[in-house]
Every structure is written in structure tokens, then in C-alpha cells.
Design a protein around this ligand. Sequence first.
Ligand code: FE
Ligand code: CA
Length: 514
Amino acid sequence: MQRRAFLLAAPAVLTLARTLPAWAADTGADPFSGGVASGDPDPTGFVLWTRLQPTPLAFDGLGGMRAPAPVRWEVAADEGMRQIVASGRATATEAMGYSVHVEVSGLKPGRPYWYRFTAMGFQSPIGRAVTAPAHTAMPDQLKFGFVSCSHYEVGWFSAYRHLAAEQPDLTFFLGDYIYEYSYGPGRKDGIVRPHGVKEAATLAHYRQRYAQYRTDPDLQALHRASPCVATWDDHEVQNDYGGDVSQIVSTTPEQMRARRIAAYRAFYEAMPLRKARYDRGRLEINRKVRYGALAEFYVLDTRQHRSPMACMSATSRRAKVIACDERLDPRRSMLGMRQERWLYDQFAKADTRWNFVTQSLIAASFKQRAPDESLASWSDAWDGYPANRDRMIQAMDRTRLSNPVVLSGDIHSFWANQVAADPNQPTGRSVASEFVCTSITADNPPAQPFASVRADNPNVRFFERQCHGYASAVLSSKRMDVRFQTISDRLDPNATLSTLFAASVETGSTQIQI
Ligand code: FE
Ligand code: CA
């Protein structure tokens, strides 16, 4: 109502619109159909994001836009947007898919702000962003959520809605924010809303996919409520890809690199990332996000620079359970040697109370059951890259990294693990705790490989396979409390919430207390 009132009260803008280029094919439609977002906060500001998409599902991926459009942004100290503390203008252009990224600076540390955009005679919804505390300040607490694996077709995003209600200071998206493939009509049960485009593989497709996901009101509510920090996993490009190796045997590295360039560009356009991360098709997303003297988050890229998965056959490049020697080759890396060096350099400089390795894949060692019931390792996760994990563990030890915690997703189930110093001695010394969030909606894994996972792996302290939801944590200088939150039914748009698991970790100990 408020926004309509604004539109009617602004005849000058409408008159102007007729004399300027036709911004949009569908004149009169709200260009803010994808909502707003903020992210990558620092002590003086954050990135503000929106995208003009009056026709979000347009097949060219351009959201119904036809020409550059001016966008005004405002940041206020109050929820009612009365005390404007920063404002400016940007232009949404086709080159960046009509997305807008504004890097706001000069604000006060450790406090909430509110923001909105104005374009094409419309006002966006108001979002809430939060600056990080000053570098040396020790805040009383940090409330954060972490999520992964939202498949639009197979369920409603109720978990996002419930996390939004918690108003976390930060939300970490740990990968599979979109799914590139589609079940479509080929799947009989449990499709609540089809993707439309069968499989995203081009820039237009990926853009359209993000635009579609962002029309979801629950996802919009989460982005409005909380600044985010996003990394990717495989489905932002293609299932099980790694480096320039496609899961399709006939795809060449050149073809895969071209697909990656399109997918990474769409990811940059869709997320509140800083411009410095993106350079003409090159997107490097490993970075640090600091929350005062309390916590540093090392955000990793586990896909772009990895060695090919071990023990692939000539006929299939899919991830699988393996027990071959190639897995152990010390030259193989999940992060790539450059990112490894960067990470260990950051560990050496670390001076915060807590240190979070924030990334997509389960890091603790565990054995799962192969189809013949033998014990084996999953080639796609850190167990497929044990030499890299050993180097990371050694770097945590060598640098005496303060209170390391790993945050992970991908496996569509909840886990709480001790990361053992020696994977062959799972009950031995633990160097870190690990918390793995389940999927927002994506299908749970099959039962057989995990039927005896706790009995087979004493370092796995909690495991639940049949659930969807999110994880949230409250961090202080003394302890971290983690809850695994589940929704009642992904097929119910009004799904209710319950707490499945609660645990804590105290500083000075990596032991998960259940
Ligand atoms: Fe997933
Ligand atoms: Ca994945």
C-alpha cells in the first residue's frame, strides 16, 4: 500500500519516464520483484544489492529491462527511514544484468542500519544491514545463521522465513543457493513449483534462475532481515564439477571454463559482493569477514581451484565412494595451492577469539558404506582430499589457531563432528569442532550409506538424515551455542519450526558438549 501510494504521489517521475528511454518492456511492473540484500559487512559499512527485474522470468535473463536505468539508494539510522545518513545514485546496466552493487562506507561500527532503493517510479522494500564491530572491540555476542542447498522445485523455503525471524547479525550461505538442474515434469512426486528452464548452462539461464529464486518471499525476508556472506558449492555451476572438469565426460575443459565464466558472473550479479572480487569473468570469492576481536570467518572456495576428484572412471565423472590410493596423493588439493597458502597465512596472522573455516563441504573424516557394505570415502568432500585437510590441520596446530570451528553444508543432513588431528584415530585429539547444516529443501541422502555412520565413526557426535532446516549460533567470548532447527514439512508453505539439536563449545576446548 505504501509503495503504491508513493507511485501515485509521484506524477513528475511518471511524466519523466515517458520522455526517457523505455526502461522496461513491461512498463508499470515493480522492478524490485527480487527484493534487496546486504552483505560482506566491515566496521564502516557493507554492500547493498538489488536488481531491476520487472519481468523476473524473461527468457533473455534480463528481467524485462531494455535500457540503463538510474537507481537511487538511501541508508538510514532508523527503521522508518527518517534519519538518512548516506545516499547516492547508481545506474543499472545490461552489462551487469541490471544488478546494483553499492559499497557503503563511513558508517558507525557494530550497529544496525536500514536501506532502500528507488527506481522507475517505485520504492524497494526496506532492508536491515548491520556493520561489523570495530576491529579490536569485543562484542557481547554475535548471532549468526548458516544455510545451504535450497532447491526451488522440491519445497517451500520455510526455513529461510524462520531464520529471518531470528534477525541474525550475519547469515552464511554455504553453497547450492540455486540448483542448475531441473526435475520438472519428469518427477512425479513433490514438485511444488517447476524451474521452467530445464538446465541452466548459459548466462541468460543462470541469471533467470537467480531472478526466479529471488522472487521467493521467504528468501527475500531473510535477505531483508540479515546481511549475508555467500560462498558457492557445485550447483551454482553444475553438479559435481571441479576446476574445469565437468561431470559430463564429453565436455572439454574449454567448454567447462566458458560455462563457469557465465555461472560465476551470474553469481556475482546476484550476490552482495564487493566489486574488487570480480574482474571480467574472474571471480575470486575466498575472503575474510571479521566480527571485532570475537571472530574471523575464512570464507573458502572449494570448487574453482580443486584438483579433479580421485579415482574417476573413464565413463563417469560423478562423485562416488572410493577406496583408492590416488585419494592420498599429496599433490592433490581441494583449495588449490594458492588458496591454501592464503588460508595458512591468515591463520598465522589470526588474533580473534574464534576462527571459523566457512565453506561448503564436510571436513571431518568419516567412512560411509559402499553399495557392497565395505567402508569407503566420499570423493567429493574433504575425505577425497585428505592431504589438503592434513595441511590445514597442521596449519591450525602450528599457528595455535584460537578456537577453530568448521561450518559446512552440501550433504543435506545435520552433523556435529570432532575434526580429529589424525583421521586414522577418530577418538584421538580433536583440533576443531564442525557443524554441518542440512538442506533448506533439497532431497535428503539415501539411507544405506549412512545406516551405521555413528557406529563406524566415533568422531561423528550427531547425525540426522531426514530433515530440512537451518543452523543458528550465538557466539560470545566464552562459548558458542549452536542449534539445528528443522521445519515440519518442506511441502507445506506454512511449515512450523522445532529445535532438533542443541550443543555448545566452550573456548579453550574443541569438544562439542551435547
Ligand atoms: Fe546440495
Ligand atoms: Ca553440493
